[in-house]
Design a protein around this ligand. Structure first.
Ligand code: GLU
Length: 303
């Protein structure tokens, strides 16, 4: 199969969609990114990498970082995080607080903001610096030592992060945070502000297509843990549209408000796309279309 040609054709096909949708602006510095960017990368489990468009341009990975913090916590702690966060789709927006009181401070899943704050809190206890741990993993797996936090984005989010702060305090009131709220928030904002290209991200997520095997050949996650991270991505990874995403794409995926989406074809490859214009559920509009086209053309879906 001509994967490079397929990626180039898909980028040309979906790029015109970047005029539709909306760039996220509730974190003001994200709103400054041009909607015209579009990139796509396929990193094969065996090492080959294909890309087109703006695939080497760094962007803010935002919620995609939540996959890596979860993977790190599972690598240290195995399953114990699941007493503090559930693994069901929430059916509400990523930043909703409405279920937290009824659920006594236990978030529905690790990919909505409340759940990710709990995971970051645990990673902070385990490592002393959760954002640095996520950054370290991303640098190692991508092979790019310059992957780093965009301090301007982190500061912009901290300044406007009232809702995340409210959720963190609320969960602390139920005893579901181990560290001071301010420290958890700082680590969470920093991990979300990590900046990477489609190429970096596809390489960094390849362990999820290889049963948890790291770039150096050592097991980072067990095959069972890798399966579970992928499963939570499939059911909860694309906001309140996980059903629609599964229907259209047929792969586990995680999106972020920066316009990136990372998808995994188990046993085969990681695929990343970046288009900052989002649909009404917060997923990259052109990115979702590209992934849908990719699985249709290649037949590489889990279904
Ligand atoms: N840092 C963002 C927030 O907490 C992440 C949101 C996202 O990408 O879904 O709002």
């Amino acid at each position: 199969m001509d994967i490079q040609g397929t990626v180039e054709e898909i980028v040309a096909l979906v790029s015109p969609l970047s005029g539709e949708g909306k760039v996220a602006s509730y974190i003001p510095s994200l709103g400054k990114v041009s909607a015209d960017n579009f990139g796509m990368c396929v990193a094969m489990a065996d090492g080959a990498v294909y890309g087109a468009g703006d695939w080497q341009k760094p962007f803010s990975i935002q919620s995609i970082s939540k996959v890596f913090s979860l993977a790190l916590v599972m690598s240290y702690d195995y399953d114990s995080i699941w007493t503090r966060v559930s693994r069901e789709p929430s059916g509400t927006p990523f930043n909703s607080m409405v279920q937290l009181e009824a659920d006594k401070g236990i978030p529905r899943n690790p990919f909505i903001n409340a759940g990710a704050l709990v995971v970051t809190d645990r990673l902070l206890s385990l490592t002393g610096d959760a954002a640095a741990a996520v950054g370290g993993l991303l640098r190692k797996e991508s092979g790019n030592p310059s992957v780093d936090i965009d301090a301007v984005v982190a500061a912009s989010e901290a300044e406007h992060g009232h809702r995340n702060a409210a959720m963190a305090h609320f969960m602390a009131s139920y005893g579901n945070l181990e560290n001071p709220v301010e420290l958890v928030l700082e680590n969470y904002f920093n991990q979300c502000a990590l900046e990477m290209s489609c190429e970096d991200l596809a390489k960094a997520s390849r362990f999820l297509s290889r049963d948890g095997v790291s770039v150096d050949g050592a097991p980072f996650l067990s095959p069972n843990q890798s399966k579970r991270v992928n499963t939570v991505m499939l059911t909860c990874g694309t906001y309140d549209a996980a059903g629609e995403f599964a229907y259209r794409v047929g792969l586990p995926g995680k999106s972020g408000v920066g316009g990136g989406i990372m998808a995994i074809v188990p046993g085969r490859c990681a695929v990343t796309v970046w288009g900052p214009s989002l649909d009404t559920n917060g997923n990259s509009l052109a990115g979702t279309a590209a992934l849908s086209e990719f699985t249709t053309r290649t037949g590489w879906s889990i279904f």
